[in-house]
Design a protein around this ligand. Structure first.
Ligand code: PMP
Length: 427
């Protein structure tokens, strides 16, 4: 039988860190990653046959659980007709109609192949449409690995201590202005000073790449107002929140409408898919109707569209997100009670199907509070949970993801593991 260790030994000389995406490598929590053989419902099984209750969900897409038969069968049907056409296909039209029905601000849209592509395209559009150069982003937010975004970034960039990556040209980084999240005064001051040069502002409407930090009341509304006043394009990066915090994303959850939105993860049902879109007068400026260029050989791929559409059918079911949030509440409230029992400074956040666990006092609303949490306690907790068959994201700076496949029994088992893992923190 192949072992995790043996595979990792083979992988390391071949791929940086032995992986194809950094956070998978466990560098920040220590130890070696496991290699997944198979996934079903709420579970992953590694190549050694060990089962994990999974709260990563392929980093977000698997909101209905792994290998859901409705999605798998849609893919199997699509595959029979061919893998890629390079011409338009019917599923792309149905996908656009479905997204628009769920997220009405998406008056027009373009499918791409990843969240990174979606965000890179959205800021090109903001720049092209406004004729301005500067982009505003938030400290601890992650929008993929485009040059403009790897400035004070979250997720793996933060986890590995390189929030501003070498290799990003200074000329590019200089065009990215950063603001502290949940600080309306700082945003007002920046726009007062540089508003005329700002093409767009991009934000995770619920920050999910510095753990999970929801916007404070009125914060998104204030940013909406600032962008309108200064003629800047407001972009909600809903790659993580889209179809996860509500069927209509964070914009529906908070009732704030951006000019452009970006999607990924859930929208592809596990296949490599992203999308960007929004106001018609902006989207019409994209080639071929307009001069702003963006393209993709495999964009709107028929198999990927079939997977995404099947996934969206599942999440459109009435009550889907309510049930997800109820499960999330059972988990985070249970964790909080256990931490209190063990005398551990701890707090949580929950928004729809995403949650945050912090080894520090709450409520955590600012980036500095996230980085001030006890990262060492998190690492030990992570490994305590992993040993007991529960897989949390291997970084203190990632949100957790609930799926509709997690049963009460799974959550109870997770809490029983947490009770032991927290007790061991004192040892
Ligand atoms: N935006 C957000 C908010 C994300 O969470 C991510 C990925 N975690 C991305 C963009 C980039 O997406 P991808 O990894 O598909 O390129």
């Amino acid at each position: 039988m192949t072992s995790n260790h043996e595979l990792f030994q083979r992988a390391q000389p071949l791929m940086p860190g032995g992986v194809n995406s950094p956070v998978r490598a466990f560098n920040s929590v220590g130890g070696e990653p496991f290699f997944t053989q198979r996934a079903e419902g709420a579970y992953l099984w590694d190549v050694e046959g060990k089962r994990y209750i999974d709260y990563v969900g392929s980093w977000g897409p698997m909101i209905a659980g792994h290998n859901h038969p409705h999605v798998r069968e849609a893919v199997e049907r699509a595959v029979r007709d061919g893998l890629s056409f390079g011409t338009p296909c019917a599923a792309e039209v149905t996908m656009a109609e479905t997204i628009q029905a769920m997220v009405p601000s998406m008056e027009m849209l373009r499918m791409v192949n990843s969240g990174t592509e979606a965000t890179m395209s959205a800021i090109r559009l903001a720049r092209g449409a406004t004729g301005r150069g500067k982009i505003v982003k938030f400290e601890g937010c992650y929008h993929g690995h485009g040059d403009s975004f790897l400035v004070k970034a979250g997720s793996g960039a933060l986890t590995f201590g390189v929030p501003t990556s070498p290799g990003v040209p200074k000329a590019s980084a200089d065009l990215t202005l950063t603001l502290p999240y949940n600080d309306p005064d700082a945003a007002r001051a920046l726009f007062a000073e540089q508003g005329a040069d700002i093409a767009g502002l991009i934000i995770e409407p619920v920050a999910g790449n510095m753990n999970c930090v929801p916007p404070e009341a009125g914060y998104l509304e204030g940013l909406r107002e600032l962008c309108t006043q200064h003629g800047a394009v407001l972009i909600f990066d809903e790659v993580m929140t889209g179809f996860r915090v509500a069927a209509g994303g964070a914009q529906a959850y908070y009732g704030v409408t951006p000019d452009l939105s970006t999607f990924g993860k859930v929208i592809g049902g596990g296949m490599p898919v992203g999308a960007y879109g929004g106001k018609r007068e902006l989207m019409q400026q994209i080639a071929p109707t307009g001069p702003i260029y963006q393209a993709g050989t495999l964009s709107g791929n028929p198999v990927a569209m079939a997977a995404g559409l099947a996934m969206l059918e599942l999440v459109r079911e009435p009550g889907f997100h309510r049930a997800l949030e109820d499960k999330g509440a059972m988990l985070v409230n249970g964790m909080q009670q256990l931490a209190d029992k063990h005398g551990i400074a701890f707090s949580t956040h929950l928004v729809g199907g995403m949650f945050g666990l912090f080894f520090g006092p709450g409520p955590v609303t600012r980036f500095e509070q996230v980085t001030a949490c006890d990262i060492d306690a998190f690492k030990r907790f992570f490994h305590g949970m992993l040993e007991r068959g529960v897989y949390l994201a291997p970084s203190a700076f990632e949100a957790g993801f609930m799926s509709s496949a997690h049963s009460d029994a799974d959550i109870e088992q997770t809490l029983a593991a947490a009770d032991e893992a927290m007790a061991a923190l004192h040892a």
